[in-house]
Design a protein around this ligand. Sequence first.
Ligand SMILES: Nc1ncnc2c1ncn2[C@@H]1O[C@H](COP(=O)(O)OP(=O)(O)O)[C@@H](O)[C@H]1O
Ligand SMILES: [Mg+2]
Length: 380
Amino acid sequence: MANPFYLQEIPVDALFCNRIEELKELQSYAEARANVVIFSPRRYGKTSLVKRIQKNLSQKGAVTIFADFFGVASVDDVAARLAKAVFAVTHKNAPLWKKALRAIKSFRPVLKPEIDGTFTLSVEPSSIGTTGVNLLDETMGSLGEFIGSNRNLLVHIALDEFQEIVVLKEALKIEAVMRTNIQQHRASYFFIGSRRRVLLGIFNEQQRPFFQSAVNYPLKSLPADELEKFIIEQFRSGKIKCSPETARRLASVVKYHPYYSQKLGFFVFEIGGRVTEDSIDRALGKLLLSEKAVFEATTQGLTSQQRLLLHAIAMEPAKKILASSYIRKHGIGSIGGIQHALRLLEELDLVEKDGQTGCWNLVDPLFAVWLRSQTEEKII
Ligand SMILES: Nc1ncnc2c1ncn2[C@@H]1O[C@H](COP(=O)(O)OP(=O)(O)O)[C@@H](O)[C@H]1O
Ligand SMILES: [Mg+2]
């Protein structure tokens, strides 16, 4: 029996837990040609949700463009990714493809046949000499022309991990050029991102070009009862019995996290047999092991002070991190140093202050479990 849970990216037609309200709301924003900022911690399902929305929209005749800015290296790269996204979505539709070729003058598509009969698509800059912010301006202008050439169609553009543009040295100029162009486009843009502080800074700081130009849309974690039902249903489709109590346990171990519950379910299914507390515990061990490399890489990228602070918060989430008793107990250094480290950890979306309890906590519940396991050894 094939495993009904997904270790890799969930296909757009696979069973999806809940998000019915979000799908409806976001789809109507798109249809109203509104611009929306969608934010949440990593792996809450933003990308999968937007892909589903785009699938629905394109079934209704819209042109849906999806560009991912993750790891973007330069302004030219931003421009190239935008151009590529337009070619990628139009290449199967001759009239649209023609319009895209006519409108996008800054890049030309390169289609390379593969042995298996498929094609890979890349782009090459076509105009000689235009680079940097000018190239981006030209490409955004071309995109505007493409949108204008589809007057009767809805054009929806999703820019995933949009906050990544901020790491580029021309960030403010990029923001200005994009904003000026987008303002003239009769389309709906979704700006999606996980590093909430950085992303929201772009839209909510008064002196920035994108200030208040989009609807803020936080994507919450999944409701406990919906996730529980989803887990039971997934196991049932794989011919395995899972009681409501065990489903709840599975979901709560990973704090109802959309991705980790999917992945934990995957490992429990692999272990086989009925779902029990024991199989969940064993699967959790496998899950931690599979995430170890990511957690190690994340901690390695931090300074020792940031690492100490992260560790302290994982061990003991607290309201008053700057209290002398907390500082002494965890040996986390000077107040100035802690404040600085805290700001950076927040910017990286590693820690957050809970709006309700006022407690500082790790954003990623499994990362907290892993950090704690580094100091606590199980005594058998
Ligand atoms: N509503 C959901 N139902 C089922 N699985 C989900 C859901 N949301 C997220 N997931 C799981 O989490 C994974 C990561 O989601 P993704 O959309 O990449 O998150 P993000 O873009 O927020 O980082 C998906 O591939 C899927 O396995
Ligand atoms: Mg994503």
